[in-house]
Design a binder for this molecule. Structure first.
Ligand SMILES: [Fe+2]
Length: 153
């Protein structure tokens, strides 16, 4: 590989591994809110958060395997996730339902930005499979933002 090709490949691997870390962070936060949500919207939000967590978790294997198909190592542990995720932990278990929804809107918006950065890196590296599949993942994330935003009106 030429230097610029090697560099584009390295950037792509970094972006995919960050996307994977953010997927795990967003999965666990969404599940955390599924477990801890309270209030008059309990049933709707408990179910919505669970649906979204399931959708996010399903992406983790696909993302990690894109890294492996590109010949590089992917994440190995909770520590590796924590070292890379841009999406921050939320350890308060007593947030209001509205605060939970707002935080997930912000985090899913961060996630969409990471999808965009990863797609750009895939284009630069000539990884057409990653480039193409990210469009579906982006549509899913935009749907999560839409559903969450619609809860708070
Ligand atoms: Fe559950």
């Amino acid at each position: 590989m030429t230097d610029s090709k090697t560099n584009a490949h390295t950037v792509l691997i970094d972006e995919l591994n960050q996307l994977l870390a953010d997927s795990f962070a967003l999965y666990l936060k969404t599940k955390n809110f599924h477990w801890h949500v309270r209030g008059p919207q309990f049933r709707d939000l408990h179910l919505l958060f669970d649906e979204q967590a399931t959708e996010i978790f399903a992406l983790t294997d696909l993302i990690a395997e894109r890294v492996r198909k590109n010949g590089a190592p992917t994440l190995t542990s909770i520590g590796a996730i924590a070292g890379r995720a841009a999406i921050k932990d939320q350890d308060a278990s007593d947030l209001s339902a509205e605060a939970m929804v707002k935080e997930l809107v912000a985090d899913n918006t961060t996630y969409i930005a990471q999808l965009r950065a990863t797609k750009e890196a895939a284009g630069n590296a000539g990884d057409n499979a990653t480039d193409g599949v990210i469009d579906d993942w982006t549509d899913q994330a935009q749907q999560r933002v839409w559903f969450l935003s619609s809860v708070i009106g």
